[in-house]
Design a protein around this ligand. Structure first.
Ligand SMILES: CC(C)(COP(=O)(O)OP(=O)(O)OC[C@H]1O[C@@H](n2cnc3c(N)ncnc32)[C@H](O)[C@@H]1OP(=O)(O)O)[C@@H](O)C(=O)NCCC(=O)NCCS
Length: 161
C-alpha cells in the first residue's frame, strides 16, 4: 500500500485511545509533545482525526476549541518510521478543512517544528496573543515557567479572501 495516498483519514473511536496514547507517550518522552492522560484523550476523542495501518495508529492530530473562533491543533504526530511521507500534512489539511467549515477565524499551534507549519500557511507569532491558551492550559503545564515552544497561527478569514 502507498501509505501517503491510500490511507484514509478518519475520526477517532474509543478503541483508538491506546494507540494514540502509545504514540503520544513516545513523543512525550522525547519532550516533543505534552503527555495526556487516557481520560483527557477520551474527553477529547471527538476532536481527533487519525490514519491507521494494520490496526495501528500511524498518524493523528486534534482540533480543540478555546472559543468558537479560536482553535488549536494539538497532539499532532506521525509514527517515527514514516515521518516525512506527507501524513502530517494530510492530517493538518483535513483539520484546516474542519476549522473552515466551523468558521474558525484563528487556528494556532504550539510547536518545535514551525517550519512544518510554515509550509502549510501558518506564521510564527508571540504566545501572548493567546491568553486563552496561556492562562487556561499552559499555566498548568510543567513547562510553563520556561516554555520554549513556538506559537504559529493561520488566519482563516484572511486565507479565504
Ligand atoms: C511534525 C510532524 C507531525 C510532521 O509530519 P510528517 O508526516 O513528518 O511531515 P510531512 O511529510 O507531511 O511534511 C510536510 C512538509 O513539511 C516539511 N516538514 C516536515 N517536518 C519538518 C520539520 N521537522 N522541519 C522542517 N520541515 C518539515 C516537509 O519537508 C514537507 O515539505 P514539502 O511539502 O515542501 O515537501 C511529524 O514529523 C511528527 O510527528 N513529529 C514529532 C511530533 C511533533 O513534533 N509534532 C508537532 C507538534 S505541534
Amino acid at each position: 500500500m502507498n501509505i501517503t495516498q491510500d490511507a484514509q483519514v478518519r475520526s477517532a473511536r474509543p478503541e483508538d485511545i491506546p494507540g494514540i496514547q502509545k504514540l503520544l507517550n513516545h513523543y512525550a518522552k522525547l519532550g516533543d509533545l505534552l503527555p495526556r492522560t487516557k481520560q483527557d484523550l477520551a474527553n477529547n476523542l471527538e476532536h481527533f482525526l487519525l490514519i491507521e495501518e494494520k490496526q495501528t495508529v500511524i498518524a493523528c492530530g486534534s482540533l480543540e476549541h478555546f472559543t468558537p473562533e479560536l482553535a488549536e491543533i494539538r497532539s499532532l504526530m506521525v509514527a517515527p518510521d514514516i515521518k516525512g511521507r506527507g501524513l502530517g500534512r494530510r492530517i493538518v489539511e483535513q483539520l484546516i478543512g474542519i476549522a473552515k467549515e466551523r468558521n474558525v477565524g484563528r487556528l494556532m499551534a504550539l510547536t518545535y517544528v514551525p517550519e512544518f507549519f510554515h509550509n502549510l500557511g501558518f506564521r510564527t507569532v508571540t504566545k501572548e496573543i493567546f491568553p486563552e491558551k496561556v492562562w487556561g492550559i499552559c499555566v498548568n503545564c510543567y513547562k510553563f515557567e520556561n516554555c520554549d515552544e513556538i506559537a504559529v497561527l493561520l488566519e482563516l478569514n484572511q486565507a479565504k479572501s
